[in-house]
Design a protein around this ligand. Structure first.
Ligand code: ADP
Ligand code: MG
Length: 478
């Protein structure tokens, strides 16, 4: 059978098995470019179609082709048109199909809905090779709203993300989500993309970290393909930029990003951004970008509470089909409170270890397994670290802590600071006295003893110390 006839037959089959909208979206402008005994090469108009046909419709296509030619085992998609389908009958090389020339629909296939606006083939092999722009949505289907545990620390962020996924370019544009490391920002951002693609497979979605974005941009400038780079990004329906704080200090990138941002924003395309801090706390972020970010919806994710951590662990255990004692789970949730990534890491470690060693994941075993981890996670802590965290925790300045002065707001933080230097850094009383403006070692001794004594009696002191130790040792360095 001729290639054209073969493809027509296959399309007729595929059309029966998928929805009309999907059929038109993904199979318009496709044709068979090449055929060997077992393999068929299909020409597709752009990277979206390539990604989609190869990953999602691969199976349908092979089945449909096999119904006409049982020898076919494999398909391959390449971006470009078939030679005989060009209007003037010229024979373009695949590589020369320029991004903004548009794609010419093969004449042999009669799609009824001719009115569909032809999408410029924004991604030919040509710019793919030279600029590194090869369309990949970069979505990972492991991140969904369904497997995201909602709690008070993230419910607003999640609601905003869901609203965006249901109404791209609506009132939450741009959507800016910020929060510390490992708290679920990437998970939520990716969930938006995955939810959109499920509902509207034709939407153009790009997820990218700002670091990768910067690299791509730098390459495109080097290769003099910056226009194509921008053109590519400006065609997205949903652009997700993760960890935007890395744009700080990169003037050129910010400038180009600003233009892409505006181009998309003006035509109501959705932009979603994440960062480890709010826009106003990103140093050297251009004012105009900052005000753009602040012009949309801003929401944060904070640290999960113990109950939330437990809920997350329980859901991950179910997801993995593992068995682990309740007290052991509690121990993990209680000891790893800074971020969900570490929480998951600890859980995985316990599961893996207990499966590997064939020992049950009891509280005792979990303690043994995790204590190693908790130890190895410990950072080396300096006096400056202790100062920084104590000052931040109590909202006092270092000068006030050191100064001689008995203002009530600083006396307690100062005692805590001395206590931590003694117990965590094993400084001598007199060395601590030196740090505190030459105070006498007995003053230090009294402070340390006071905290030691009272932390057993007063919950506030106990929790301050616990919290500070936790921050000192387990906050991941960023
Ligand atoms: P961030 O981007 O904020 O650094 P991630 O989104 O990468 O954090 O989250 C770290 C890990 O924790 C991921 O594996 C993610 O799936 C998981 N995670 C975070 N928050 C939740 C949650 N609320 N429910 C389920 N999993 C979560
Ligand atoms: Mg992330």
């Amino acid at each position: 059978m001729e290639s054209e006839a073969l493809w027509k037959t296959a399309l007729a089959n595929i059309e029966l098995s998928i929805s009309k909208a999907n059929f038109v979206t993904w199979f318009k402008n496709t044709s068979i470019l090449e055929r060997t005994e077992h393999e068929v090469t299909i020409g597709v108009p752009n990277g979206f179609a390539k990604e989609w046909l190869e990953n999602k419709y691969n199976h349908y296509i092979i089945q449909a082709l096999q119904s006409a030619d049982p020898g076919i085992r494999k398909i391959r998609c390449v971006i470009g048109s078939s030679s005989h389908a060009t209007p003037q009958g010229t024979t373009p090389k695949l590589d020369s199909v320029l991004p903004n020339k548009g794609f010419v629909e093969p004449k042999s296939i009669d799609f009824k809905r001719k009115k569909i606006i032809q999408q410029p083939s924004f991604q030919s092999k040509d710019n793919l090779a030279d600029t590194g722009i090869f369309h990949q949505s970069n979505l990972n289907n492991r991140y969904t709203f369904e497997n995201f545990i909602v709690a008070e620390n993230n419910e607003l962020a999640r609601a905003a993300c869901m609203a965006v996924s249901e109404n791209l370019g609506g009132s939450y544009n741009p959507l800016f989500i910020y929060g510390g490391v490992g708290l679920g920002k990437t998970h939520l951002l990716q969930s938006i993309g995955n939810a959109v693609i499920k509902q509207h497979p034709e939407k153009r979605i790009k997820y990218i970290t700002s670091e990768k974005f910067t690299n791509e941009l730098v390459n495109s400038i080097k290769n003099q393909k910056i226009d194509r780079f921008k053109e590519y990004y400006e065609q997205m329906d949903l652009l997700i930029i993760d960890d935007v704080q890395f744009l700080a200090g990169r003037e050129k990138t910010q400038n180009e990003f600003f233009q892409i941002f505006n181009a998309l924003y003006q035509i109501n395309k959705q932009i979603v951004i994440s960062s480890d801090r709010p826009p106003k706390a990103i140093p050297t972020l251009e004012e105009r970008l900052r005000s753009r970010f602040e012009g949309g919806m801003i929401t944060d994710i904070s640290r999960p509470t113990l109950e939330t951590r437990l809920a997350i662990l329980e859901s991950k255990v179910t997801e993995k089909g593992a068995t682990i004692d309740k007290e052991a789970l509690f121990y993990i949730a209680d000891n790893i409170s800074q971020n969900v990534r570490e929480l998951e890491g600890a859980l995985n470690r316990v599961i893996a270890y207990s499966e590997f060693q064939k020992i049950p994941a009891t509280l005792e075993n979990t303690k043994k397994i995790l204590n190693q981890l908790l130890e190895s996670n410990k950072k080396t802590v300096s006096v400056d670290d202790v100062f920084a965290h104590v000052c931040e925790h109590f909202q006092v300045s270092k000068e006030d802590l050191i100064k001689k002065g008995r203002k009530k707001e600083v006396v307690y933080p100062r005692q805590v600071m001395m206590y931590l230097l003694r117990t965590e850094l094993q400084h001598s009383f007199s060395a601590i006295g030196e740090i505190f403006n030459g105070r006498d070692h007995t003053t230090v001794l009294h402070a340390v003893e006071k905290i030691e004594r009272e932390k057993g009696e007063k919950d506030k002191i106990k929790s301050d110390i616990l919290r500070l130790k936790e921050i000192l040792y387990y906050t991941p360095s960023e």
